[in-house]
Design a protein around this ligand. Structure first.
Ligand SMILES: *Cc1c(COP(=O)(O)O)cnc(C)c1O
Length: 414
């Protein structure tokens, strides 16, 4: 039985004990039945909070903000974007210090990164992006192309796969300024080969901006070894930084002097407190900063980054692979007979930490599941995404969740 299998996988899971470090959702009560959570399968959209986060936030109010007041900026807060950036770089990005900054939202950092990259390739006329990349990436590319009189070169990727060398190679050439790509495709979960795609783009003389939102904290990343130029990612998914926590930006150190980002704010200035005339960018990664850092938003991710460093990304990846394999096995066993198709790569080496299942009735199925505390998400046109957070999702939870999908689909059968 699949539930027995789930229980034995949980019993053998070396990371199972870490679940107790996270906030347990409130139990179902008579008054608030909708509060209860049977299976949380959406950690790839919003990770759960660590228990320590409540202490970190309240002590910040009392001891730091409330006590140090304006002195806190000089004593600590001003340095947090690069201090936490370096912590993240070491724990999850495979990057040496001095190349990573915590800053604005992913969307804003992607804008700054792509604009800077385009400006560093004058005379080249195309930005390459794939048709199934995340909406914000596609819209930004369209907007920047319009703003800078460039054209968008679309790579058609299928909803069940993602960007590969075979798809990218034919569109690259002396006209390519920048390639914008996601390491893990938000819909299919396809895991791109960052090193080889980056090499291809470099062979054509182009720069690459990688979006790591759906990969950071769940799959191994080696930005320095892979010679990545620029990468951006969010911190509220597998980094559990909380709703709207600020994103990070990595810029390879050799490129930093060459790249100029377009939002010239006082805190990207070499000497912000001189408040002088004219903009002189700060040396290094700090030139990518624009305004006052979102200090409160940066606090929650820090303990998660430390936990990832302590556990090690390879063990996290092993659990993630086991979770996605189990999800696919259950889908084949329970849901395929009801017309469900796996819309994610079947080889784990080509898959990130979520699995998308397709069925024409999934929009209404997901709405019913949420009422019963089973929380995957829906992605048009017909995808139910099962997000597997290696440090918080149990195999039992996956079985409960997919069992609920099965019973909803059975109810809909004529
Ligand atoms: C979640 C996600 C984003 C989110 O961007 P925001 O600016 O934080 O809203 C961007 N890109 C990808 C690939 C994502 O998965």
């Amino acid at each position: 039985m699949q539930f027995d299998r789930a229980d034995s996988l949980d019993a053998a899971d070396p990371l199972a004990g870490l679940r107790s470090l996270f906030v347990e959702p409130a139990a179902r009560t008579e008054n608030a039945p909708s509060d209860s959570v049977v299976a949380y399968l959406d950690g790839n959209s919003l990770g759960r909070p660590l228990l320590s986060t409540a202490r970190v936030l309240s002590s910040f109010v009392d001891d730091s903000w409330g006590t140090r007041l304006i002195r806190g900026w000089d004593e600590e807060w001003m340095s947090l974007p690069t201090v936490i950036g370096d912590e993240l770089a070491g724990a999850a990005l495979g990057a040496a210090a001095g190349q990573t900054l915590i800053g604005d939202s992913t969307t804003v950092l992607l804008y700054k990164a792509i604009r800077a990259a385009v400006a560093a390739r004058p005379g080249r006329t195309e930005i390459v992006v794939d048709s199934d990349n995340f909406p914000t990436d596609r819209y930004l590319v369209e907007g920047i192309a319009a703003e800078c009189a460039l054209s968008v070169r679309w790579v058609e990727t299928s909803r069940t796969s993602g960007l590969t060398e075979a798809l990218l190679a034919p569109v690259l050439g002396p006209q390519t300024a920048v390639v914008v790509a996601s390491q893990v495709a938000y819909r299919s979960g396809h895991l791109a080969d960052v090193a080889s795609l980056t090499r291809l783009a470099h062979d054509a003389g182009a720069l690459v901006v990688w979006d790591l939102c759906h990969s950071v904290g769940s799959v191994p990343i080696l930005l320095d070894d892979w010679q990545v130029d620029i990468a951006v990612g969010c911190t509220y998914k597998y980094l559990n930084g909380g709703p709207g926590s600020p994103a990070f930006l990595y810029v390879r150190s050799e490129l930093q002097p060459e790249l100029q980002q377009p939002i010239w704010g006082w805190l990207g200035h070499a000497a912000p407190f001189d408040m002088g005339p004219g903009y002189t960018p700060a040396p290094g990664i700090r030139s990518f900063q624009s305004g006052t850092p979102p200090v409160i938003g940066m606090l929650a991710m820090r303990d998660m980054i430390a936990l990832i460093a302590q556990v090690g990304i390879d063990r996290i990846r092993a659990k993630s692979v086991a979770l996605t394999e189990f999800t696919i096995a259950l889908a084949d066993d329970w849901l395929e007979p009801l017309g469900v198709q796996v819309a994610s790569p079947r080889h784990s080496a080509e898959r990130g930490s979520h699995v998308t299942l397709d069925h024409p009735r999934f929009r209404e199925v997901v709405a019913s599941l949420w009422k019963d505390g089973v929380i995957p998400d829906f992605r048009a046109p017909e995808g139910l995404r099962v997000g597997l957070s290696p440090l918080t999702t149990s195999f039992r939870e996956v079985a409960e969740g997919l069992q609920a999908v099965r019973s909803e689909l059975e109810k809909l059968r004529p």
